[in-house]
Design a protein around this ligand. Structure first.
Ligand SMILES: NC(=O)c1ccc[n+]([C@@H]2O[C@H](COP(=O)([O-])OP(=O)(O)OC[C@H]3O[C@@H](n4cnc5c(N)ncnc54)[C@H](O)[C@@H]3O)[C@@H](O)[C@H]2O)c1
Length: 251
């Protein structure tokens, strides 16, 4: 039996990079996947790659109205949600002095407020699940100072702590919903290609255990997401999971 058979999943920013890998792997594990993205064409491509059961929706996570529309569709189709992956994100490379107020607000709207709205409006549907799982994408950038990713790491830091409150809130309300965060180091996606100044130039990731300093592959993250969304992870909530090949424990 597939690990996630019959589960209903929503992945934001599912049209590219990590979100795309998550959608493909969740579907492979048996979930019905709602692929949402502000880039509707990209979401449609991923849903088409998955085939039967996948649904693509335009969805700007900074918009409360668009979140409502997505949840109304899932409620009408299934009446519940089992998996919410708050993955959509942007990065603006600017240090604390260079960052404009507009850049800071935009980053917070998408990566912090978007996660808040998604959890707040999604909880009534998730609470109908027998083993609901919220995964909020954070970053190793929320663990240390990194001036060029100033607004980005601030947003991820907020999501990191917000997720712990959501985990406890769900337990206190008697919801069977867990909430965890994932904190990757650099993973080969269009976001990282852009931030590293090589947009569109994909780097091949070798198979097997990687040496220190390597960049990871989207599937390295998706594998953990599939596990955290499965019934095997029932005792895991409020946790934060580094996916960084050990880079953060080096002096
Ligand atoms: N790639 C990495 O190394 C890395 C490391 C740590 C954390 N992350 C996090 O993982 C997540 C995915 O990153 P990625 O590397 O796959 O990036 P990516 O740029 O490849 O994909 C991001 C997706 O989010 C979508 N998006 C952007 N703004 C949106 C909005 N307002 N509403 C809905 N969708 C929107 C984009 O259209 C795109 O499809 C992000 O939250 C990112 O911060 C990535």
């Amino acid at each position: 039996m597939s690990k996630l058979a019959g589960k209903i999943a929503l992945v934001t920013g599912g049209g590219s990079g990590l979100g795309k890998a998550d959608c493909l792997r969740l579907a492979e594990a048996g979930a019905i996947v709602y692929v949402t993205d502000v880039n509707e064409a990209a979401a449609q491509d991923v849903a088409a790659q998955i085939g039967e059961g996948a649904v693509a929706l335009r969805h700007d996570v900074a918009s409360e109205a668009e979140w409502q529309a997505v949840y109304e569709r899932i409620a009408a189709d299934h009446g519940r949600l089992d998996i919410l992956v708050n993955n959509a994100g942007i990065v603006i490379v600017a240090d604390p002095e260079q960052t404009t107020i507009e850049q800071f607000d935009k980053t917070m709207d998408i990566m912090c407020k978007g996660v808040f709205i998604g959890c707040k409006l999604g909880l009534p549907l998730l609470a109908k699940s027998e083993n609901g799982s919220i995964i909020n994408m954070c970053s190793n950038a929320s663990h240390f100072g990194f001036p060029p990713f100033f607004a980005y790491s601030a947003a991820k830091g907020a999501v990191r702590s917000m997720s712990k409150s959501i985990a406890i809130h769900c337990q206190d309300q008697g919801y069977k919903v867990r909430c965890n965060t994932i904190h990757p180091s650099a993973i080969e996606t269009p976001m990282v290609q852009g931030a590293m100044g090589r947009p569109g130039e994909e780097q091949e990731i070798p198979q097997g255990v990687l040496p220190a300093g390597s960049i990871g592959a989207p599937d390295d993250v998706a594998s953990l997401i599939v596990f955290l969304c499965s019934d095997d992870a029932r005792f895991l909530t409020g946790g934060e999971y580094l996916i960084d090949n050990g880079s953060s424990i080096r002096p």
